[in-house]
Design a binder for this molecule. Structure first.
Ligand code: PLP
Length: 415
């Protein structure tokens, strides 16, 4: 096994890691290697502190006064600006609200409205499915809308973009393979055909730096409960480029998107800015937990984050292939780290059972149907020794066939 780093070399990597101190800012159960921050990020004392203050003092004692006194009403746009810094969005274009699914709907509908003489939505067959479901929902409200899919109607998304396309809906990092798209290039391609583009950043935000403004993106949406660690069901975000804000109309025209919500006017009049992309009252406790989680990012160098992410995932691939190469695993992620998000996926015929066996042994990743073992590497709290340990356990499970025990084949509702 020459050429493979040994434990001493790996401990040196942890010692040299400039992001190592960030680990202390998270709650990580003893003895667990957590490689599922791409599905639900870890908790933090900062999130707990915000949550406790919001619940005990602001809700408990100050009650209705907190909408003004504690700034509850402004939180979606304030957190939007804070999050915007992590995705290359200047202030005033991002709001934290609703879910990613709902925001996909709003963005797609608004984009279609900006291209009224076009009827085609381009998306990916390999997209996270909710994006496609929401695209079907938008299509159902507009007779004649056509959905063109990469992987069905053509092998590559670029081939589907022509002057009949209103909007391209695309995942920046694929949830399953981790494949990373070139945001600037694909955005340019869409614009050259006169189309708009909606970027889904669920596996990007908090995983790697990205430049929405610099790429000339039109819309973007994303999660805050994955790499941003906002907590289960934390509200999502939506970005709308400044140049579209005056014209973009979203269909869920609730009172929080109104120019004067407390004038209680009879008719809808959209706010002039990004607030128009809100719908109704937002989950304040969840927003406050997210605030605690986002504050941690004030101290993170995004270049260092990306460098560590590539180093962690490269090491994982190298160790798995060296130590588990005989057991039928096939790499499903790009081998080139610059073309990969912060995750690694391997295919195996018995992926489900193997993942259940790993979880029982304290190495948590996840399974994606039909046959993918998916491992997420959150650079803020995963270390190089965690990678080493995860591969040791995986090798043991494969070599001994421990995953063959019947209990590992029992399926749970959430995988
Ligand atoms: C996780 C994820 C979602 C989730 O959407 P919700 O509405 O928050 O359930 C959507 N799109 C992508 C690409 C995702 O990875």
């Amino acid at each position: 096994m020459s050429g493979i780093p040994d434990l001493v070399a790996i401990e040196a990597m942890d010692a040299a890691d400039v992001l190592r101190p960030m680990r202390e800012r998270f709650v990580l159960p003893e003895g667990l290697v957590y490689l599922d921050g791409n599905s639900l990020g870890a908790a933090s004392p900062a999130a707990f502190a915000e949550l406790t203050e919001a619940a005990r003092q602001e809700w408990g004692q100050d009650l209705i006064r907190s909408w003004n006194k504690a700034g509850w009403f402004e939180m979606p746009v304030e957190l939007g600006d804070q999050l915007g810094r992590l995705v290359g969005a200047a202030p005033g274009q991002t709001v934290v609200c609703d879910t990613t699914s709902i925001n996909v709907y709003k963005a797609l509908h608004a984009a279609m409205g900006l291209r009224p003489d076009r009827s085609v939505i381009v998306a990916e067959a390999g997209s996270f499915p909710t994006d496609l479901y929401m695209a079907e929902g938008v299509a159902s409200t507009r007779a004649g809308t056509v959905l063109r899919l990469e992987g069905v109607d053509a092998p590559s998304i670029e081939e589907l973009i022509d002057d009949s396309v209103a909007v391209v809906l695309v995942n920046h990092v694929n949830y399953k393979s981790g494949e990373l798209r070139d945001m600037a290039a694909l955005t340019k391609k869409a614009h050259e055909a006169g189309a708009l583009i909606v970027w889904d950043l669920c596996h990007t935000a908090g995983a790697l730096p990205v430049d929405l403004d610099g790429s000339n993106a039109d819309f973007a949406v994303g999660c805050t409960y994955k790499y941003l660690n906002g907590g289960p069901g934390a509200p999502a975000f939506i970005y709308v480029a400044n140049r579209h804000l005056a014209e973009a109309r979203q269909p869920l025209s609730g009172w929080w998107g109104h120019a004067r919500p407390f004038a209680f006017e009879q008719s809808y009049a959209a706010d002039a800015g990004i607030r128009r992309f809100q719908c109704g009252t937002q989950p304040i406790l969840s927003l406050r937990a997210l605030k605690g989680a986002l504050d941690i990012w004030n101290d993170v160098d995004m270049k260092a984050l990306r460098a560590k992410s590539i180093a962690l995932t490269d090491l994982f691939i190298q160790l798995v292939e060296a130590k588990c190469g005989a057991y039928g695993l096939t790499l499903e992620s790009p081998r080139d780290g610059t073309r990969r998000g912060s995750q690694v996926s391997f295919a195996h015929d018995n992926a489900y059972q193997i993942m259940q066996a790993l979880i029982e042994r304290g190495v948590i990743g996840d399974f994606r149907a039909p046959a993918t073992l998916r491992f997420g590497f959150t650079p803020l709290y995963v270390g190089f020794k965690d990678v080493w340990h995860a591969v040791e356990v995986l090798e043991d499970i494969l070599r001994t066939g421990a995953w063959k025990e019947a209990r590992f084949a029992v399926k749970s509702a959430v995988t």
